[in-house]
Design a protein. Structure first.
Length: 368
């Protein structure tokens, strides 16, 4: 890919700046903030075609944990094609390494009706302390279906939507790319802020990720009390992890999930896929502390690169260092402690409703 001149300059600058940011951030977290680490425990899966209450279980693109009920809610990215848009209530055991659906809940749109086919592409889900579920939809650029971030009751009823800044709305020259929009969602523990992010760059901001370059994503910070966006930050993904076979085969790497530790420290999940190679997942601890608010910048291609500091990133988990093959992991959440008293991180995959894939759950322990 031949990059526009201004983006090429920005990419080169940010590449160097990014490394410096990591060094600075690593020094900061050794001082007085979280130094989270992760240990692989086990995986389990549900097979392709698994049925529950007359629905095909699959397409899990996001997951969130209800601590009081010790249950998980996972959103299916079925576009109301196999069954109406829905999320599942799951029981997940971090000692026995099991997953079991307990309930399916169908979403209803602002008119109180099930979402018609191809009017929604649900991708992430987050539970607020008051019981509200926030859900993102990527929409569909090709058919003119806009993305959304909306609040639902736990019985699936639409409550409200959050405003999306105009620069994100697709019009074929700017805005989100098709299938690379709001894949991630998290709410801070104090319930003050909600964060979401694009999976890859806006059209006006730069390229998608490939084997040679990452992609400049935008994170949006919302004030939950007002429902208004208050800031945007630059998040640069890693390049694609491995070359595809053949070399012109499909390849992608994207920011697929966020998980807030506090207002400025967040875990991020990147999923890389290369044709005939497979998936690789990487989890980072990121810091917004020194990141520049880029909400007033319409296009990073025309921005002053020297004035932009991206979020800091520290790699804390790379699947290639462990003896398992990840499926298309797209969601994660903090889970119930295991019997050893360790907190856990639960990862879940979107099987694309493919006979070649499974719904995979990955169990990670958080020592300490």
């Amino acid at each position: 890919m031949i990059l526009p001149k201004l983006w090429r300059k920005l990419a080169l600058f940010l590449s160097g700046l990014f490394m410096a940011t990591i060094i600075i951030y690593s020094s900061e977290i050794r001082g007085n903030t979280s130094m989270i680490s992760l240990e692989f425990m086990e995986t389990t899966s549900l097979p392709h075609g698994f049925l529950f209450e007359n629905t095909e279980v699959g397409g899990f693109s996001g997951i969130t944990y209800n601590t009081s009920a010790n249950l998980y809610y996972s959103i299916s990215d079925d576009r109301s094609q196999k069954s109406p848009a829905r999320f599942y209530t799951l029981a997940i055991d971090s000692d026995q390494f099991t997953i079991s659906p307990k309930q399916v809940t169908f979403l209803r749109n602002e008119h109180g009706e099930p979402f018609p086919p191809n009017t929604i592409d649900p991708e992430s889900i987050a539970l607020a302390p008051d019981g509200t579920l926030f859900i993102t939809s990527e929409g569909d650029v090709k058919t003119g279906i806009a993305p959304f971030i909306a609040a639902f009751s736990r019985d699936g009823k639409w409550q409200k939507s959050l405003p999306i800044p105009a620069k994100f709305l697709p019009n074929h020259t700017s805005g989100v790319r098709n299938n690379l929009a709001f894949e991630s969602l998290t709410i801070t523990p104090n319930s003050e802020f909600l964060f979401t992010a694009t999976e890859n760059a806006l059209l006006q901001d730069g390229p998608t990720a490939d084997i040679s370059t990452g992609s400049p994503c935008r994170m949006i910070k919302y004030n939950l009390a007002s429902g208004q966006p208050t800031a945007e930050f630059l998040f640069i993904t890693e390049p694609v992890a491995a070359p595809p076979h053949p070399t012109n085969g499909f390849q992608t790497n994207g920011l697929v999930e966020l998980l807030a530790i506090d207002d400025t420290i967040i875990l991020s999940l990147e999923r890389s896929f290369s044709e005939n190679v497979g998936n690789q997942i990487r989890i980072f601890e990121i810091s917004l502390k020194n990141a520049t608010d880029i909400s007033d910048i319409f296009s990073l291609n025309t921005a002053d690169a020297t004035a932009i500091k991206p979020v800091g990133k520290r790699l804390i988990f790379d699947s290639q260092n462990y003896g398992f093959q990840p499926d298309n992991i797209e969601g994660f959440t903090f889970g119930a402690p295991n019997s050893n008293g360790q907190n856990t991180l639960i990862l879940i995959s979107d099987n694309n409703f493919s006979s070649q894939q499974t719904t995979q759950v990955v169990f990670l322990a958080i020592p300490g």
